[in-house]
Design a protein around this ligand. Structure first.
Ligand SMILES: Cc1ncc(C[n+]2csc(CCOP(=O)(O)OP(=O)(O)O)c2C)c(N)n1
Ligand code: SF4
Ligand SMILES: [Mg+2]
Length: 349
């Protein structure tokens, strides 16, 4: 269902398609003040505005949770579906098969994804559906008062004082291993890195999985938590400094080629990765899995673009889905005439 049209004001700055930032906003947030999820919504708004994305082509998908409520707070001119808890991937898959021209943006939580939704998540990752999947990861079930989620680290203390003893599921490692083609981790407090990674993900054609550490100020921002603002600030370790150049901008940049990897995305945009770790190659799956696993052992929160594979065919390409949206095909094209049905019934399989 499309939501309300937000009017423009004459004086504001406009983007390359003539829209202003206000036209990318949504309803006023009802989340707690300071919740990391609000910062992520702001970056989504900025990324879509700066890239000149047509809001009415975007379809927002989410499950259930504080994080899954957040699509109401950005892109009020886009389509939006709140699915059942943990079931967003199948709804998004159906919508994209019905209309391959949608720009699909999924927002989920660590509970919605790694606990109840893990079964749907793993199949989404192996299909390479063209969708940006953001996990707003606070290591707890914020909406239901802060229970431990499956991404909580061993030794992390919950507000109740209980210490988590179960190993976390690393959604980035899982996504890389299963076939997602753009996999990154960021922090809601790192505006520049997060904005860049969202822009790159929007230009990518395939599944982009972005795990964003997003502190829950009400239930998981205390001493002893490994998903608090202060812990993440102290342990954030970027794998590379990442920049994004959209297809409509000239790539004349001041990067030293000897220290920078340049990756061309599906729409002609570029990701530029200035290496911080000398040998890191984000197009090498084994290397990506290695750095993610190594960072766990070192107790770091590794951020940045871990893995990218821009050329792999998406699920839509593999299925050879026709260009015309299936959702708008006229009855005459979708209902085979009686003679054809008779022929099928008579034929031997
Ligand atoms: C089938 C089902 N089981 C349980 C719930 C209760 N429930 C609602 S949100 C939620 C967890 C949300 O956690 P997360 O996805 O991490 O989102 P957050 O609120 O932390 O952003 C749970 C268990 C539900 N709504 N539906
Ligand atoms: S309870 Fe936590 S996750 Fe939910 S809105 Fe508040 S701070 Fe955010
Ligand atoms: Mg959560």
């Amino acid at each position: 269902m499309a939501t309300t049209r937000i009017p423009s004001s004459p004086a504001a700055k406009t983007n390359r398609i003539g829209l202003e930032m206000a036209q990318y906003k949504g309803n006023k947030s009802t989340l707690c003040a300071g919740c990391g999820h609000n910062a992520i919504s702001e970056r989504i708004i900025e990324a879509c505005f700066e890239m000149g994305i047509e809001p009415y082509r975007v379809a927002k998908f989410s499950g259930i949770g504080c994080s899954s409520k957040s699509p109401a707070y950005f892109l009020g001119n886009a389509y939006g579906v709140n699915a059942v808890h943990g079931r967003m991937p199948s709804v998004a898959t159906g919508a994209l098969l019905a209309n391959r021209h949608l720009i699909a943006l999924g927002v989920s939580g660590d509970g919605d994804t790694a606990s109840i939704g893990i079964g749907q998540f793993v199949h989404l990752m192996r299909r390479n559906l063209p969708l940006l999947y953001i996990i707003e990861d606070n290591g707890c079930y914020g909406l239901t008062k802060g229970q431990t989620s499956a991404t909580a680290d061993v030794g992390s203390k919950m507000k109740s004082g209980v210490v988590n003893e179960l190993p976390p599921i690393d959604t980035c490692a899982l996504a890389i291993q299963l076939g997602a083609t753009y996999v990154a981790r960021s922090f809601s407090g790192d505006k520049r890195q997060l904005l860049t990674l969202i822009k790159g993900a929007l230009a990518h054609h395939g599944t982009s999985m972005l795990d964003v550490i997003s502190p829950c100020v009400t239930f998981n921002d205390h001493e002893g938590s490994t998903k608090s603002y202060s812990y993440v600030k102290d342990h954030d370790s970027p794998v590379a400094d990442v920049s994004f150049v959209p297809f409509f901008e000239d790539i004349a940049v001041d990067y030293d080629p000897g220290t920078t990897t340049q990756i061309t995305l599906h729409d002609g945009s570029h990701m530029l990765l200035r290496k911080l770790n000398s040998d890191y190659d984000p197009t090498h799956k084994g290397a990506a899995l290695h750095v993610v696993s190594e960072s766990h052992d070192a107790g770091d929160i590794l951020t940045g673009l871990f893995y990218i594979e821009p050329q792999k065919p998406s699920f839509i390409d593999l299925l050879n889905v026709m260009d015309e949206p299936l959702a708008t095909l006229p009855d005459a094209k979708v209902r085979p005439p009686r003679e054809v049905l008779d022929e099928v019934m008579q034929s031997r399989m």
